[in-house]
Design a protein around this ligand. Structure first.
Ligand code: C2E
Ligand code: MG
Ligand code: MG
Ligand code: MG
Length: 283
């Protein structure tokens, strides 16, 4: 009997695995034409100064609305694109879209707009990255726009010296650097000191854990230590007013999350810009 059960378990897993594999292959086969058919778009999620409640800018987030499968989450397709290399092409698309919009929005804002862009390890290691970023900067963007590049801990853990040198070059070129999803990997704050980061993004799992005292203490510690290292702190995944208020009290600099604003298409973000322009002109 136990033998039989074992076999059933085995076939359950192989079925599950071939399902996952089939889906992966399907996404992969659709990716190239999806790029050509404009199924991708870039959404923008607003970021606010928690103290002044001023709109600071946005994080650019890639969206895929497939003609055949409907919306597909980046959590699903980015790892596939990362593996087959399409991420480099997609990343250029995000950069182009994000910077074109930032350029327009900046003209309407009396203060510098920041635009955050995610870079995955494959993009980061692409030799053309520095060149492309430099070109985009030089030709398309108002120098007032602050471009923040978000990377995750995984990239650093490769222990690769060229990663460090690329980070320093990007920083010297005027890009701000953010450590995304901090706390989900293995790196410590003191480890980050050897890199030229400007911003630390506290992962949403920590924000969502602030329902009890130990969770609040942990976030408090991260914020104080980050400030001690001269880093600005962004909290992501703020879903409630309580979370926003707590984070503000703890001195967190910037807030992002569904409570403050969901990722939205650029024409909807236009309205936010218009609103904040009128506020700043009025004051
Ligand atoms: P991320 O960079 O950490 O982006 C934040 C994710 O949290 C986004 O998911 C956003 O929609 C979601 N989020 C924002 N506020 C809340 C909230 O209050 N509650 C909850 N539960 N979630 C919230 P999204 O857009 O699905 O992206 C998932 C991940 O895919 C991103 O995580 C990023 O790692 C990757 N990604 C997205 N766009 C790009 C891109 O253009 N390039 C690269 N390389 N990666 C991207
Ligand atoms: Mg991010
Ligand atoms: Mg994140
Ligand atoms: Mg992430």
């Amino acid at each position: 009997n136990s033998k039989r059960q074992g076999r059933n378990t085995f076939s359950f897993y192989t079925e599950k695995m071939s399902e996952i594999l089939a889906r992966r292959l399907q996404l992969e086969s659709m990716m190239q034409s999806a790029l050509e058919r404009n199924e991708f778009s870039v959404f923008f999620q607003p970021q606010f100064d928690l103290k002044t409640k001023k709109l600071l800018g946005a994080e650019a987030l890639l969206r895929w609305n497939s003609n055949r499968l409907g919306p597909i989450s980046p959590a699903e397709f980015i790892p596939v694109a990362e593996q087959n290399g399409y991420i480099v092409e997609m990343g250029k698309f995000v950069l182009r879209e994000a910077l074109a919009n930032a350029q327009t929005w900046q003209q309407d804002l009396p203060y510098p707009l920041r635009i955050a862009i995610n870079l995955s390890p494959r993009q980061f290691r692409d030799v053309r990255l520095l060149h492309d970023l430099q070109k985009f900067m030089a030709n398309n963007v108002d120098p007032k726009v602050q471009i923040e590049l978000e990377i995750t801990e995984g990239l650093l853990l490769s222990g690769d010296d060229s990663v460090k040198s690329t980070l320093y070059q990007l920083h010297d070129l005027g890009f701000m650097l953010a450590m995304d999803d901090f706390g989900t990997g293995y790196s410590s704050l003191s480890y980050l000191r050897q890199y030229p980061f400007d911003v630390l993004k506290i992962d949403k799992s920590f924000v969502q854990d602030m329902g009890h005292d130990s969770g609040i203490q942990l976030v408090n510690t991260i914020i104080s230590m980050a400030h001690g290292l001269g880093l600005k702190v962004v909290a992501e995944g703020i879903e409630t007013e309580e979370q926003m208020e707590l984070l503000t009290k703890l001195g967190c600099d910037v807030g992002q999350g569904f409570y403050l604003g969901k990722p939205m298409p650029s024409n909807v973000f236009d309205e936010l810009i218009t609103h904040f322009r009128s506020l700043s002109v009025g004051s």
